[in-house]
Ligand binder design. Structure first.
Ligand SMILES: [Zn+2]
Length: 297
């Protein structure tokens, strides 16, 4: 008799907590973040705490309250023993971004160090450390930061090559940059790395060298983007009567290729012109492919 009463009380309590959690989720979906936060905070001392912490983390991320997100993620890691160190590194990078925008590069740099302590494979931390160094005119240091990315994730060099070349240019050593880029391209051939190499070669070695490079690449790895570059290089030295047609071909290829070139989320398939560290559609961190693809649509 008593036992079944207790069972029923337990059941009622369980239902009440579930209803609270559902209410919190409704608030979250409606974008009423303050209300959602209040509901889930009340659930922290109940058996629903694991789920509540997951939602709280989501709320702090949406609110861009990165310090709270870091604290929540650490507690959630303890709760679930699911590692969140890569996400935490992003939260530190977000803090660094805010501090850099406020004109506090030293504080920003220390957040980037924290990001790397949380996740030594944080590409974004080295990328941003390079940005800070370059902004302060420390181009040697910036190049060193960016080149570290290759040791973390070689495919992410696609996001870095233009920056590295920019700093070599600032140092008046573009030739050295081109040499480095040629070697990188041999190790890590990709369309985006090729694009940077093509521009750098045409700048440092001239249109004929760039044309040779584009011809070789087109044979090895045919794509609209490479065809676009080849046509561009051929236009430079084209005879006047061939120019007009070449120009039409080039603009057709260019518009088609640019329309198709997109970064894509590997998790939900969302496509975008710009690269995101966190997918705006599914909310996942690090789900975007760092290289653009010439996909349909
Ligand atoms: Zn996604």
């Amino acid at each position: 008799m008593h036992e079944s009463l207790l069972d029923r009380e337990g059941l009622v309590e369980d239902q009440r907590l579930r209803a609270m959690s559902e209410l919190g989720q409704d608030y979250l979906k409606a974008g009423l973040l303050d209300r959602a936060e209040a509901v889930f905070s009340k659930l922290l001392d109940t058996p629903q705490h694991g789920q509540a912490r997951t939602y709280l983390l989501e709320i702090f991320v949406q609110e861009k309250d990165w310090q709270k997100a870091i604290d929540a993620a650490r507690l959630l890691e303890k709760d679930t023993s699911k590692p969140l160190n890569a996400d935490i590194a992003h939260f530190y990078c977000e803090l660094a971004l805010l501090e850099a925008a406020r004109g506090n590069p030293d504080v920003a740099a220390s957040h980037l160090q924290q990001a790397l302590s949380s996740n030594r494979l944080s590409v974004r931390a080295n990328l941003m450390a390079g940005d800070l160094d370059a902004a302060a005119g420390r181009h040697e240091a910036a190049i060193a930061d960016w080149r570290l990315v290759e040791t973390q994730s070689a495919v992410h060099m696609a996001l870095v090559v233009d920056r590295v070349l920019g700093s070599y240019r600032q140092l008046g050593r573009l030739n050295e940059g081109v040499q480095w880029l040629r070697a990188l391209y041999a190790r890590q051939p990709s369309h985006d790395v090729f694009g940077a190499l093509y521009l750098a070669v045409s700048e440092s070695d001239g249109a004929e060298a760039a044309r040779q490079l584009a011809r070789e690449e087109l044979r090895r790895n045919p794509s609209l983007r490479t065809l676009d570059r080849l046509l561009e290089a051929e236009l430079v030295n084209a005879e006047p009567d061939a120019r007009e047609l070449l120009q039409i071909e080039k603009s057709l290829v260019a518009s088609h290729s640019q329309r198709m070139m997109r970064y894509q989320c590997g998790s939900c398939g969302f496509k975008a012109k710009q690269f995101f560290w966190r997918c705006p559609a599914c909310g996942r961190w690090d789900s975007f492919d760092p290289e653009r693809s010439e996909g349909e649509g």
